[in-house]
Design a binder for this molecule. Sequence first.
Ligand SMILES: NC(=O)C1=CN([C@@H]2O[C@H](COP(=O)(O)OP(=O)(O)OC[C@H]3O[C@@H](n4cnc5c(N)ncnc54)[C@H](OP(=O)(O)O)[C@@H]3O)[C@@H](O)[C@H]2O)C=CC1
Ligand SMILES: CC[C@](O)(C(C)=O)C(=O)O
Ligand SMILES: [Mg+2]
Ligand SMILES: [Mg+2]
Length: 334
Amino acid sequence: MSAEIFYDDDADLGIVQGRKVAVIGYGSQGHAHALSLRDSGVDVRIGLPEGSKSRARAEEEGLRVLTPAEASAEADLIMILAPDTKQREIYARDIEPNLAAGKALFFGHGFNIRYGLIQPPSTVDVAMVAPKGPGHLVRRQFVDGKGVPCLIAVEQDASGNAQALALSYAKGIGGTRAGVIKTTFKEETETDLFGEQAVLCGGASALVQTGFEVLTEAGYAPEIAYFEVLHELKLIVDLMYEGGIANMRYSISDTAEYGDLTRGPRVITPAVKEAMRRILGEIQDGSFAKEWVTEDENGRPNFTRLQKEGEQHPIEEVGKRLRGLMSWVGRPLQ
Ligand SMILES: NC(=O)C1=CN([C@@H]2O[C@H](COP(=O)(O)OP(=O)(O)OC[C@H]3O[C@@H](n4cnc5c(N)ncnc54)[C@H](OP(=O)(O)O)[C@@H]3O)[C@@H](O)[C@H]2O)C=CC1
Ligand SMILES: CC[C@](O)(C(C)=O)C(=O)O
Ligand SMILES: [Mg+2]
Ligand SMILES: [Mg+2]
């Protein structure tokens, strides 16, 4: 069954314009939602701890910054855009005591609801507006008159109006310009985690690093290896983005296409598909969530070590140097 997709004409911006919105967090998604909602005529305040490094940035943009508890008390729509592992604590300390009946609690990703880390009272709307793209591009596309597709979901519909409110919010950040699909917290959480682990971030990063290693270990110049497996990847993916895999294959040489068709399946073998299935299984049975929450509670030792190893990979040094020579690449993320 194909999904129902909502566009601008299906959403009433007036609904969210009639609410007092608190955006908790001002990172990748938080700044994008807050600034675009503000530009869409919505009454927005930011909730950040006293010591947050992002307070000054939000204030420079003319936004009112309160503590998370103050923002939650004042608002009747609270969107949590703090890190997934911190949301449970923020909810218990700052939001729950201020979550009067009739308010709405919003998420940008379903993790804490899907895995039962947050259990809101039945008297509030619980919904999700999850952009399918990095926050900095959510904002950039909004400013450029475009939009990033979003998923919406309603976990609790205390008001009877939660879906219309979520659609209205999605319109306020540009989502309905691109298309908004209705889903569930379960489906969004599981597909989002799978996508970022197996394909978009984990799969793509490992593919690029491994390709770079194979070429440089065979004696090829790192600069050539960088252009071949990382820089050009964007150009190839742009063609897929614009017209699918078939469009990309139309543009490449038939030599490349023959190599693609015959060698691709030798890289992404049935064993890789099996590994992807196991990764999906760990998401579905909750073991990834348990591992990640425990890792965070222990001070993130593996996360920090692996992050450092990634930063020290030789592809980073050569990439930094080459990007520095291309003035149009490396637009800084605000
Ligand atoms: N990154 C993305 O593009 C996407 C993220 N999401 C979801 O959006 C949510 C936010 O993720 P993301 O934008 O990446 O997060 P970031 O790590 O970029 O930003 C988190 C923000 O929360 C703030 N924060 C940290 N602790 C607290 C606290 N105790 N109270 C209030 N604010 C706090 C941080 O403050 P400080 O600035 O001081 O560090 C920061 O401003 C997550 O649920 C994520 O899964 C969904 C789709 C895409
Ligand atoms: C792909 C990573 C993501 O899911 C996203 C930008 O959509 C995230 O959690 O950051
Ligand atoms: Mg995502
Ligand atoms: Mg994600």
